[in-house]
Design a protein around this ligand. Structure first.
Ligand SMILES: [Zn+2]
Length: 160
């Protein structure tokens, strides 16, 4: 038996939270295209998709642990308006990094009250149970270039 070659999987998804609110969806656009096993998508979702055939549909529920992790209270904090660079329009939704290390968390401004700015460095989906409806539309062998890059190319995949 030869080892199956790594594959590229194209799928449509709709992601909802516990309240049934749609958080994200590929509907109406290109299917999401990714390189299986590469870490391009959540590993728990990757495992499910790899077990599916073209045309299969499935509902998948992921605990926060299999999703974006628990909320880290230490990443919720207050800073002063004066700590932002001059000219920054500080308002809810502003995203920024506190330092330039590649893995430093992306913070979001949650609220501004006078000189107090409430910020949160957790992933917006941290602590959430994720409900995915997925449909596999294509599977194919990965190209050498895709394997070298560690991601899928083409519509719905990575663009350079
Ligand atoms: Zn590439």
């Amino acid at each position: 038996m030869s080892q199956a070659s790594p594959s590229v999987i194209g799928f449509h998804y709709t992601l909802k939270d516990d309240q049934g609110q749609t958080l994200d969806s590929s509907a109406g656009g290109h299917p999401m295209l990714y390189l299986a096993g590469s870490g391009q998508i959540l590993p728990a979702l990757d495992t499910v998709l790899q077990s599916m055939a073209v045309g299969d549909k499935k509902s998948v529920t992921l605990s926060p642990n299999d999703g974006y992790g628990a909320v880290n209270p230490a990443l919720k904090m207050n800073v002063k308006l004066g700590q932002f660079p001059d000219g920054t329009e500080v308002k809810p939704g502003l995203q920024f990094r506190i330092n330039s290390e590649p893995n430093s968390p992306m913070f979001r401004v949650i609220n501004v009250l006078g000189e107090e700015v409430f910020i949160d460095g957790n992933h917006p989906m941290a602590g959430k149970t994720l409900h995915f409806d997925v449909e596999v539309l294509e599977t194919r062998a990965a190209t050498d270039e895709e394997l070298a890059h560690g991601h899928a190319h083409g519509a719905g995949g990575h663009h350079h």
